[in-house]
Design a protein around this ligand. Sequence first.
Ligand SMILES: Cc1ncc(COP(=O)(O)O)c(C=O)c1O
Length: 384
Amino acid sequence: MPKLSSDEAATRERRETFLSFQPPAIGEEEIEAVTETLRSGWLTTGPRTAELERRFAEYVEAKHALAVTSGTAALHLALVALGIGPGDEVITTPITWPATANVIVHTGARAVFADVRESDLNIDPDEVARLVGPRTKAILPVHLAGQAADLDPLWELGLPVVEDAAHAVETTYRGRKIGGLSAATCFSFYATKNVAAGEGGMITTNDDAVASAVDANRIMRRGHGSLYDIAVPGYKANLSDVLSSIALCQLDKLERHREIRLRHVAAYDAAVADLDGIEPLARDPRDTHALHLYVVRIDPERAGATRDEYQRALADEMIGTSIHFLPVHRLSAYRELYPDQPPLPVAERAGQEILSLPLSPAHSAEDIEDAIAALRRVHARFVG
Ligand SMILES: Cc1ncc(COP(=O)(O)O)c(C=O)c1O
């Protein structure tokens, strides 16, 4: 893609319509698939969900895939399946959507936050090792933005690892697909995700016992007739065929969408290389990055303004941005839950500097050029 020069950026007009940060890339295929499902008579979990599970397991190279109502439910049921409960601790990252920590709290366990690495803001394995204690029952890393967390040193600790792969459908770690590598891996099909069904989630695992515990807890009806039994008092988290039919179309489009994401990311990389004080998070060349988010760090000294000032200025330029993420341990619920929480300096500084730029396969090349031109104008103004 040709690089937009600063002259072009200066002359490229401000947008008239607001550029959404991450619009869903839904087409006629999804609309037809939903219509067909509605006509089939299956509103709840049925053949489309079974097909999605089969296709997803194959795609991520895992033995089992279990569809559930959300990424949050996936994480929760994975922890329940591992027997996590009151008195236990689960070590996780503060740079994540709060759901990652919330599900630990839901089990009655304590979320122990380990600081992140400067380079990619994924959980720092050295910090995790420092925090492991007799109550630690699992580690819950997140593959932030689509970059795999550093899993080897986490596995070496000998505890079950539950991966939050909400951003990581296409991610590989050292040549292997994320999905069948740890005790359980949890995906999200939320409206903005690489496989977007509106809502939905998937747990993948090679462990038969984990799969069967998750299955029992999503309370799928077994057998026929009016007599029934349940093995455990489960959570009712099974996925509807209507949403599964959307997810199936999105799976079909992953490669096509990835090509678009790659072009958008290349355009951003070329642009920010010229902007002092604005840098993307590191992407490890050994791994496939899912390119779910394009996160930059804004150094207020060099970039002439804070992240918040950049975000406001970009909104004035009709460009939507977002923040992935504010450190969870600084949010009200967690300040109250864990008043003894020590500072996590890397996460806390990053939480003030990170900004996610618009990135979706629904964006055109012109949309991304608009975002880049606006960023260049704002940068030029702030740097002075
Ligand atoms: C890192 C991360 N974990 C978990 C979730 C929860 O997924 P869901 O919204 O499908 O419950 C999300 C996003 O929504 C997320 O970004």
